[in-house]
Design a protein around this ligand. Structure first.
Ligand code: SF4
Length: 254
């Protein structure tokens, strides 16, 4: 039997009071599982899906996948004014675990801007912002409260709760939820990737970097060339070529 989401009491009260549930959907397995499971719990009219598109560095069809797996729900796409590489070039450095400008500038801030406008236009005063973060992924995510008041988005006339509905789910339970809904995860998982999001992430495992370099050689070359130009590695202590063992020569990934 697949695992279900259990609504904490404050989220149940918000749901009963007609809150808008915003499902942050990257196209990855966690947001996909969260979406299929919340559809069973929350009236469809209270659900809205938002996808932050990361120009150039996303999997090209991540948005299509998110749309397809959220079919029938209101779907919005947001995009930052600058691309990942524009951000890196301006700062002359990659983002890092301490300075995750990529997440804040390219995902969180555009989504927050969109959400504030949506609430103003529709007169919405109660929102549950749902994120598919899981404790298994990192200590930081394990420590996050499952429910908290979002101080950035809440104002006198608008209360926004941030909720992590699948925080305690295992990877296996996530894939089970997707299968039980009759859906497939994004094809990159079958190709061996353990995470989706940016094709090359500051947190990618060595295995993911190797697979991504083979699947997206032109993008890999761009990252390697940027590392060389900045004399700054995407991940601490090793270049992408050292991590993957895949050299870039003559302008083309070998
Ligand atoms: S996937 Fe990785 S590189 Fe991309 S925005 Fe998130 S933390 Fe940054």
């Amino acid at each position: 039997m697949t695992r279900s989401i259990v609504m904490p009491p404050e989220i149940r009260r918000a749901c009963d009071a007609g809150a808008l549930f915003v499902l942050n959907h990257s196209g990855g397995k966690d947001s996909q599982a969260m979406t299929v499971l919340l559809r069973e719990l929350v009236p469809a009219g209270q659900l809205i899906v938002v996808h932050a598109h990361l120009r150039e560095v996303d999997w090209p069809d991540a948005e299509d996948h998110a749309r397809a797996t959220a079919a029938g729900l209101e779907f919005h796409r947001v995009e930052a004014g600058k691309s990942f590489f524009e951000m890196v070039d301006r700062r002359q450095m990659w983002p890092s675990a301490q300075y995750r400008q990529c997440t804040s500038d390219l995902k969180r801030d555009p989504i927050h801007t969109w959400l504030r406008r949506l609430c103003r236009e529709r007169g919405i005063g109660l929102v549950v912002d749902c994120l598919g973060l899981r404790a298994e992924e990192s200590t930081d995510r394990a420590r996050k409260p499952a429910v908290k008041l979002d101080g950035r988005l809440s104002i006198r006339t608008r209360r926004v709760l941030q909720w992590l509905p699948i925080q305690e789910f295992s990877t296996e339970e996530v894939f089970e939820a997707i299968a039980a809904a009759g859906q497939q995860p994004h094809w990159a998982y079958a190709a061996g990737m353990s995470r989706l999001s940016c094709v090359f992430c500051i947190f990618s495992s060595k295995a993911d970097l190797c697979i991504a370099a083979r699947l997206r050689p032109r993008l890999y070359r761009r990252y390697v060339e940027t590392e060389r130009r900045l004399d700054f590695t995407l991940q601490n202590g090793r270049t992408l070529e050292e991590a993957t063992g895949i050299p870039v020569a003559g302008g083309v990934a070998a």
